[in-house]
Design a protein around this ligand. Structure first.
Ligand code: HEC
Length: 107
């Protein structure tokens, strides 16, 4: 229940901050919440749950896209990558494009 409240809160927060963002970035913002990315990376990818989990806000789009594709394909694979693998497996190319656009526009 607490988790659900956090997600609703994050969605509300995201919709206020996103005024002025492209439609694609707004899509990415929704996906970042609905695909539960915030569970580990925090709201807007700013507050990761632990020291092994990266902050994502404001990172370059091209870099983030490459990382997600490499995690999906297995080209990137270290002790922590296993946590991300099942999650990226459910992301389409469109999802990856939208989410990384969104993250790159955050400050
Ligand atoms: C279970 C926790 C967890 C969830 C849920 C999760 N991540 Fe991650 N994510 C991680 C960890 C841990 C890493 C570091 C992986 C590594 O070291 O290779 C990571 C790495 C990444 C990276 C690479 C960043 C960099 O600087 O190289 C991106 C991008 C990313 N996650 C995006 C997402 C997105 C988008 C979602 C939702 C679709 C998501 N993550 C959901 C734990 C998670």
């Amino acid at each position: 229940m607490k988790h659900a409240m956090n997600i609703l809160g994050a969605a509300a927060l995201a919709s206020t901050i996103l005024v002025g963002m492209t439609a694609q970035a707004q899509d990415g913002a929704q996906l970042f919440v609905s695909k539960a990315c915030i569970a580990c990376h925090g709201v807007e990818g700013k507050q990761p749950i632990n020291d092994n989990t990266p902050k994502l806000a404001g990172q370059n789009k091209g870099y983030l896209m490459t990382q997600l594709q490499d995690i999906k394909s297995g080209a990137r694979n270290n002790g922590q990558t296993a946590q991300m693998k099942p999650i990226v497996a459910n992301l389409s190319d469109h999802d990856i494009e939208a989410i990384t656009e969104y993250l790159s526009l955050l400050q």
